[in-house]
Design a protein around this ligand. Structure first.
Ligand code: FMN
Length: 455
């Protein structure tokens, strides 16, 4: 029996997300990212096509590493300008019934008290369809805009994130009893004061007396996604994540990483399959393999290599603007997204990359693989990734937006359904759909221990 896969669309509220230059394609509608109708209609298309969720990336600064300025990324529309995804989610919930919404929010720059409030609010307004992609961020530009001289060092960001998570769990899991909000007109009690408590958090980074402002929502803590892939990132994920998002360009290299994540889960006392792993991919499909290949060839003419290197520099903190384009890339430790650089240097010993090759590769689909072919070919490839990479699902991005996601929904989803690889689980919340479990954090999750705190 095939094991059904999970599918998220991978999106961002920007004109150009993962495929720099493709915004110029005559069918690309990414420039409509400021229109609500663009997003509601995409969400409906994805829901009809069986997608389980839409995952929104988010960053808090410009990509200004390439050539020492933001000029290239501004010119090329490289994830700039951008809007705040969290403000979109309730409108998408109103336009759909079942699909979930993953929103990225930074534990380095958002205050946990305010973020817990916003996530709890969205969990109510969506009826339990929210996931939080916990990121520690990787841009100096964000740090400077938020009042720091530069980034907090990489591993220290994760240490701080640990305390952050405790605050969020205390607020969302611990400060209200399930039956605190009684709305008892006879007794004249809206909320029972004995069942709400301050969390009394006093740590090195945060002081939060609490309680949460938000009453318990369907999931309480939203479904927890995480996407940091460095060794410290994996350690964090092993403790907190319920789903992880990874970007690797072959199923073999992805497998090495997946194995290390599952080992980490076992060391942290969790089941090896306690976390769902999503691989990033861009799918270019058409009725036949030849047509799909033609589409890819045509797309390739729109790649903007300079903008791609500006994107890479923004991710990694490594500026390739004046290197020999044909020399092999080497790993340099930076305060940026360490895994993004490792993917093209240390993680896959079978392959060396030059800056020129990197720019072509990133030009369509960013750091993930580009799968090209008929619905049958794509379904075969996804199965291969499932077998070899041991992944549970995919975060799919469009090269031409949103056409590639819409083509996937129209052409590939029926093929996957036919093979038993795409199902619509009958669950009430996003956590239920993705994990197959209950709506609330499972009892053996670290966050569940904050349920009965006394402030
Ligand atoms: C596939 C993937 C997607 C990510 N998406 C985001 C994002 O949308 N916003 C963000 O600030 N960081 C994002 N990150 C960054 C990480 O969550 C993490 O904060 C950063 O990579 C530094 O950690 P690392 O060195 O452990 O990877 C992403 C990372 C990966 C691997």
């Amino acid at each position: 029996m095939p094991k059904p896969l999970l599918f998220n669309a991978f999106e961002m509220l920007v004109p150009s997300h993962q495929s720099p230059g493709l915004w110029r394609h005559h069918r690309d509608e990414g420039r409509r990212y400021t229109e609500l109708g663009y997003w509601t209609s995409l969400a409906q298309t994805l829901e009809e096509g069986g997608f389980h969720g839409i995952f929104f990336a988010d960053i808090l600064g410009q990509y200004d590493v390439f050539g020492g300025s933001a000029e290239e990324s501004v010119r090329g529309g490289v994830q700039f300008p951008q809007l705040d995804p969290m403000l979109l989610v309730s409108a998408l919930a109103q336009a759909t019934r079942r699909i979930g919404f993953g929103v990225t929010a930074s534990v380095t720059y958002e205050h946990p008290y305010l973020l817990a409030r916003r996530l709890g609010t969205l969990d109510h307004l969506t009826g339990g369809r929210v996931a939080w992609n916990i990121v520690t961020s990787y841009q100096d530009s964000a740090a400077r805009n938020l009042g720091l001289n530069g980034q907090i060092p990489h591993d220290e960001r994760y240490d701080r994130a640990e305390e952050y998570m405790d605050v969020v769990y205390k607020l969302l899991e611990g400060s209200f009893d399930d039956d605190a909000v009684t709305v008892d007109t006879e007794a004249n009690v809206y909320t029972d004061p004995d069942k709400v408590r301050g969390i009394g958090h006093q740590g090195s980074a945060f002081q939060v007396p609490g309680p949460a402002l938000v009453e318990p929502s369907p999931q309480r803590t939203p479904l927890l996604f995480q996407a940091g892939a460095s060794s410290r990132g994996r350690e964090f994920a092993a403790k907190h994540a319920e789903a992880i998002f990874f970007s690797g360009y072959t199923p073999e290299m992805t497998r090495t990483w997946v194995d290390s994540v599952r080992d980490g889960l076992a060391s942290a006392g969790r089941r090896r399959d306690a976390v769902k792993i999503f691989a990033m991919a861009t799918v270019i499909t058409a009725e036949t393999d030849e047509e799909a290949q033609q589409k890819f060839n045509e797309y390739s003419e729109y790649i903007d290599a300079e903008a791609a290197l500006a994107l890479f520099a923004g991710w990694t903190g490594v500026d390739l603007s004046d290197v020999d384009l044909d020399a092999p890339l080497e790993y340099i430790k930076t305060e940026g997204n360490q895994s993004a650089l490792a993917a093209f240097t240390t993680m896959d010993p079978s392959r060396t990359w030059t800056a020129r090759e990197l720019a072509r590769f990133i030009g369509i689909g960013g750091r993930g693989p580009v799968l090209i072919g008929s619905p049958q070919t794509i379904a075969d490839e996804l199965e291969r990734w499932q077998d070899v990479g041991d992944v549970d699902g995919f975060n799919l991005s469009s090269a031409v937006r949103p056409a590639d996601l819409a083509d996937f929904a129209r052409l590939v989803s029926p093929e996957l359904r036919r093979r038993g690889l795409l199902e619509s689980p009958d669950a009430e919340t996003f956590r239920g759909i993705i994990t197959g479990g209950e709506s609330r954090l499972p009892a053996d999750h670290y966050g569940a221990r904050f349920r009965n705190i006394q402030g």
